[in-house]
Design a protein around this ligand. Structure first.
Ligand SMILES: Cc1ncc(COP(=O)(O)O)c(C=O)c1O
Length: 343
């Protein structure tokens, strides 16, 4: 029996791969460096969590020079993406983004029966502002999503392009900064939200903080938008365990900054190694690199117990998460073996 509504007949489940590979580089996770010695939780399990995550909001606000009333906390930034779609976009209205990009945008749009459109990136996956502005005029979207750094390609949308788009539309603009910590010398828009009536920035604890399992993300916007969205919040959406761990993590933000520096260096070293092997690698500003899947790399890496994420657009590609140092040295070694065999 098909119990899903007809609009979901072609829905594809979000792909998650098996977790038992020796080296898992498919989901842009990081190592648990903040709490590697464990975490002492003292949480009243019998009580509902703080519905508005007040302590956590205060700590995040303090860390990034914001006001508490500029924040929404979500069970992962994915929850906030869906929250925005279901409470601000009516059935059939347009959500506009640039693609290829994060597959969950299209997934949530489909569930809520929204018209989802991806403006193609350039052939080298850089952002095409002119094309995007044309689409903005023609499609009159209700919601615009900009993902920078972009998943899975790793590219940035230039600051000026984001500013131009914000000035060109009255639609809500969601700027997804899930990977912003890994973008060297790039300033987040979180401190610019009061300059615009329509900007919402989302960020996550899943990537740079190494806390993907905790499910914690947040949105930053102006007070008016936050107030409106708070009305449609699912009660108790973020559990108390998550709030407690998040609070401890944000209080150690200095360590996050240090970790990110190491990761950026590791990414650039790994990229150089791939280039030296003759692979086609794109510039990345995130904790992964994106490359052409030449020589069946996905399958051959998998045979050797290294799990990466495959994509097919005009041709096949793979995305390799930057993991621990040893994992990356091993992956590079295996890539070399695969390529030597193929020659
Ligand atoms: C671009 C982008 N945005 C948002 C997310 C969602 O992250 P989370 O729900 O774990 O915060 C991801 C996860 O991979 C992502 O790649």
């Amino acid at each position: 029996m098909n119990i899903l509504k007809p609009a979901l007949s072609e829905l594809r489940a979000y792909p998650t791969l098996e977790r038992n590979q020796a080296i898992k580089l498919d989901s842009n996770e990081a190592e648990n460096y903040l709490f590697e010695d464990g975490f002492q939780l003292n949480v009243p399990f019998e009580r509902y969590p703080d519905n508005h995550a007040r302590d956590l909001k205060k700590a995040i606000a303090k860390t990034f020079q914001l006001e508490d009333n500029q924040l929404l906390i979500g069970s992962g930034s994915s929850e906030i993406l869906e929250w925005l779609m279901k409470s601000t976009v009516e059935k059939g209205q347009t959500v506009l983004t640039a693609g290829p990009t994060f597959v969950m945008y299209g997934f949530y749009a489909k569930i809520h029966e929204l018209h989802y459109l991806e403006v193609p990136l350039n052939e080298d996956f850089s952002f095409n502002l002119e094309r995007f502005l044309d689409a903005l005029k023609k499609e009159n979207p209700r919601l615009v999503i900009l993902c920078s750094p972009n998943n899975p390609t790793g590219g940035l949308i230039p600051k000026e392009a984001i500013e131009t788009i914000l000035a060109a539309t009255d639609a809500l603009v969601l700027l997804d900064e899930a990977y912003i910590e890994f973008a060297k010398d790039v300033t987040s828009f979180v401190n610019r939200v009061n300059d615009y009536p329509n900007l919402i920035v989302t960020r996550t604890f899943s990537k740079a903080y190494g806390l993907a399992s905790v499910r914690l993300g947040y949105a930053v916007s102006n007070k008016t938008i936050i107030e409106a969205l708070t009305l449609s919040k699912t009660p108790y959406n973020v559990n108390q365990l998550t709030q407690t761990i998040g609070l401890a993590a944000i209080q150690r933000y200095g360590e996050v900054s240090d970790y990110v520096k190491t990761m950026i260096e590791r990414r650039e070293r790994f990229k150089k190694g791939c280039l030296a092997l003759g692979l086609s690698v794109y510039d990345s500003h995130a904790n992964f690199i994106f490359l052409k899947n030449s020589y069946d790399l996905f399958e051959k890496l998998k045979e050797r117990n290294i799990l990466v994420r495959p994509f097919t657009f005009d041709q096949p590609y793979i995305r390799i998460t930057i993991g621990q140092e040893l994992e990356m040295t091993q992956t590079l070694k295996v890539l070399k073996e695969i390529l030597d065999e193929a020659k």
